[in-house]
Write a protein that binds this ligand. Structure first.
Ligand code: PLP
Length: 375
């Protein structure tokens, strides 16, 4: 008997297969199609000839742990102990799975805010806990009264994602105050903060749980080098948590992967000395502006994009089709693949919106927009 009978092929695979079949431009899956930083390529070549090919300490390469602590100190002004508060993971996904497995028990509840990335619910179900889906407002801001009503003594965790996939929404100060008030009321509640797009934000600065004194002791933050450095295929990320939680998380990590790919860790450790994160932000801001400008010539209504590399567009005024049917028609008739936003809701809520990924070279974005102009 399947433990996960409801899990089929993901919408990301479905759309990518359709895109390949119809030779369409694939703006569905969230990965960049441009080359990685040349400096990173050089470091890979240099490091590959060094003695970096054996198992690393389970928590991570010691130099890399120190560099991550430095990064958090420069980015957020938080001092963390690299030996006891950081764990290098095989991408953010493994960090999320491991943290849930280690900290949530059978029959406890976990709040998931919809629409959301698809990696949250399954680890909750596999621990025997219960996912409780609470919808964000239609502008993708958190609905604090609905969240407050959903949390009670048996709620162990709330998973937040800021900047947000699929919408690019960024939480504001008031959201963090509301979250802190919730934690005050519920002493058993932990925060799993998925911040994989932390370095891809535009006009508004990203607020991290690292910057909130009250949240630091109750939060597990999740980061992804894959997202930050255009190397999604490397699958390296890290989590930061208070020592007592991290001890439990490390127990699960030890038997899941033991330690993460050694070459990648050695390379990332050197790369963190030279990477320019402000440049990364500028790069994506230009991409966002460029893509939005191109889409102005199409009939879509564009929702705000405050961070991440996703742009949500509404077609509700153009067609009464479901967003899935509309997205399929975009592939077959217009040669462009996107993701229907209903796929990110547990109940399939359909507001006539689709998500494009603009982490693509300009030529791809221009070709896609030209095809969409025919709409
Ligand atoms: C919100 C969010 N969290 C986590 C991940 C997974 O990150 P990683 O590839 O580092 O596992 C993604 C990837 O798309 C994402 O969008």
């Amino acid at each position: 008997m399947s433990k996960l009978p409801h899990i089929g092929t993901s919408i990301f695979s479905v759309m990518t297969q359709m895109a390949n079949h119809h030779n369409a431009i694939n703006l569905s899956q969230g990965f960049p199609n441009f080359p990685i930083d040349e400096q990173l390529v050089t470091i890979v070549a240099r490091k590959a000839s060094e003695n970096v090919h054996q198992y690393q300490p389970s928590s991570g390469n010691l130099q890399l742990l120190q560099k991550i602590a430095n990064l958090i100190s420069t980015s957020y002004g938080r001092t963390i102990n690299p030996e006891t508060e950081i764990l290098v993971t095989a991408g953010a996904t493994q960090g999320i799975f491991t943290a849930i497995q280690a900290l949530v028990s059978r029959h406890e509840e976990v709040i998931i805010l919809d629409p959301c990335y698809d990696a949250y619910e399954t680890p909750v179900i596999l621990t025997g806990a219960k996912p409780i889906h609470v919808e964000l407002n239609d502008d993708f801001s958190p609905n604090w009264s609905a969240i407050g009503n959903a949390v009670h003594a048996n709620t162990r965790m709330i998973i937040i994602n800021n900047p947000h996939n699929p919408s690019g929404k960024i939480w504001i100060e008031a959201d963090f105050v509301a979250l802190e008030n919730l934690l005050d009321k519920h002493p058993n509640l932990l925060v799993l903060s998925d911040e994989v797009y932390e370095y891809i934000t535009f006009e508004q600065p990203h607020i991290s749980v690292h910057q909130r004194e009250k949240l630091r002791q109750r939060s597990i933050s999740v980061s992804s080098f894959g997202k930050s450095f255009h190397i999604t295929g490397w699958k390296v990320g890290y989590i930061v948590a208070p020592e007592d939680f991290l001890l439990e998380i490390k127990k699960v990590h030890q038997f899941l992967v033991f330690s993460v790919n050694s070459l990648s860790q050695a390379v990332l450790s050197d790369y963190l000395d030279i990477v320019n994160l402000a440049e990364l932000r500028r790069f994506y801001q230009q991409k966002r502006d460029f893509f939005r400008e191109l889409l102005q010539r199409t009939p879509f209504e564009l929702l705000p994009c405050e961070g991440s590399y996703f742009q949500v567009a509404s077609f509700a005024h153009l067609s009464a089709e479901s967003d899935l049917d509309f997205t399929k028609r975009l592939v077959t008739d217009f040669g462009v693949a996107a993701i229907p936003v209903s796929a990110f809701y547990a109940d399939g809520k359909d507001l006539g919106r689709i998500r494009f990924c603009f982490a693509k070279d300009n030529e791809t974005l221009i070709r896609a927009a030209k095809q969409l102009e025919r709409l």
